[in-house]
Write a protein that binds this ligand. Structure first.
Ligand code: NAD
Length: 350
């Protein structure tokens, strides 16, 4: 009998509902049966529940253990989110969703597809960024000391460092990748980044077939623009990974193409690497490919690897043909147009 899955679907804010609709059309085209429990988060949830992470959404994630998520709007300078007893404090609804689901790894594959215009269109960029998301500066807690002084704490622990670095090396081994680069600023943060740095080289010894190297984050960013082909798998503490993954997505063809997966011990949810793009929301012109490829990562996680490959092939074929591109790729096409085109490529290839 054919397997059926139930997942939590968070359409999110801004362009989220549009790109979600196009992604569902593509997932349906694979023939994998998925039931969606639609839940709210972010601004959309605030309007209905008075809070950006309603307990119904968390309960659904705990129950289904798998989610697909659109982006959430976070106004700069908005107050932190407090959840539970004793209170857990998060800087944004995204951080809260990850924290409450015990997510520790955010994985962002960055690939240059044929047919995508851009400055680096002749380079076969193929990088996976593995970002630690359970600690670092985003989860250490910020404090307002006075109207003229604020502080934030960076958290680094041996346990989380070992977990993410093993995760990154195992991913490299499973995908037959040759090199893992650790990015840091251990020269000026000897205790926090230094801890990760030491753990990195001690764990690297257990993966002798993979080249292990490190780079300072500032030089790593410059090198990613000057020579992206030197990167294969990149392991990064929270904030550096956040910045590098947008940078990598941008050089590989634009934010609209980048997928992402958030992995914990028990729960995983998948989301594109871009934000809610309020400047283009509601106009059916957002590129849904980042979320569509995130849907493929979700199918891999569910063990539906063949269906996931069919989505990736559909995306590759669509981009190669160069038709019906959305404005971010230089065309005049629509969000749903891309969803329909990729879905019919999958259906006709069956
Ligand atoms: P953004 O990624 O939303 O947008 C940056 C630029 O890229 C904009 O010009 C936008 O139009 C464009 N863009 C992004 N995604 C696109 C797509 N799929 N197709 C075509 N163009 C696309 O970043 P921002 O403007 O800095 O943030 C907007 C909001 O999103 C903020 O509230 C921010 O906090 C939030 N955000 C959420 C997440 C998340 O939920 N994971 C991540 C990043 C930002």
């Amino acid at each position: 009998m054919k397997k059926s899955y139930t997942i939590t679907l968070i359409p999110g804010d801004g362009i989220g509902p549009e790109i979600t609709k196009a992604t569902i059309r593509v997932l349906e085209a694979t023939g994998v049966h998925i039931e969606y429990k639609i839940c709210l988060a972010g601004k959309t949830a605030e309007q209905q529940y008075g809070c950006s992470i309603p307990k119904e959404t968390l309960e659904s994630l705990y129950q289904t253990k798998v989610g697909l998520k659109g982006p959430l709007i976070v106004e700069p300078g908005s107050p932190p989110i407090v959840i539970g007893e004793p209170p857990r404090i998060y800087g944004s609804p995204n951080a809260a969703l990850r924290g409450e689901s015990h997510i520790f790894a955010n994985v962002r594959p960055v690939k240059r597809f044929n047919g995508v215009p851009g400055r680096f269109s002749d380079l076969p960029i193929n990088i996976v960024i593995v970002r630690e998301v359970s600690e670092g500066i985003y989860v250490g807690g910020e404090r307002k000391i006075s109207s003229e002084r604020a502080e934030a704490t960076v958290v680094a622990t041996q346990k989380a460092a070992e977990r993410i670095i093993h995760f990154g090396f195992k991913l490299a081994r499973n995908e037959n990748r040759k090199k893992v680069t650790f990015v840091h600023k251990a020269n000026v943060l000897p205790y926090t980044d230094g801890l990760y740095f030491n753990v990195f080289y001690s764990i690297a010894r257990g993966y002798p077939e993979i080249v292990a190297e490190d780079r300072m984050i500032d030089a790593a960013a410059a090198q990613m623009v000057l020579n992206p082909l030197i990167y294969d798998v990149v392991i990064a503490p929270n904030q550096y990974g956040d910045i590098l993954s947008d940078l990598a997505a941008a050089i590989a063809g634009g934010l609209g193409l980048g997928p992402g997966g958030n992995y914990g011990e028990k729960i995983a949810f998948f989301e594109a690497c871009h934000g809610a793009a309020p400047d283009i929301a509601g106009r059916n012109i957002a590129n849904p490919i980042g979320l569509i490829l995130s849907g493929a990562m979700m199918l891999d996680y569910l063990g539906e690897n063949e269906a996931a490959d069919r989505i990736r092939k559909g995306v590759e074929e669509f981009l190669k043909r160069g038709e019906n591109f959305t404005p971010d790729l230089g065309g005049t096409g629509t969000t749903m147009g891309i969803g329909e085109s990729i879905a019919s490529l999958i259906e006709t290839a069956k």
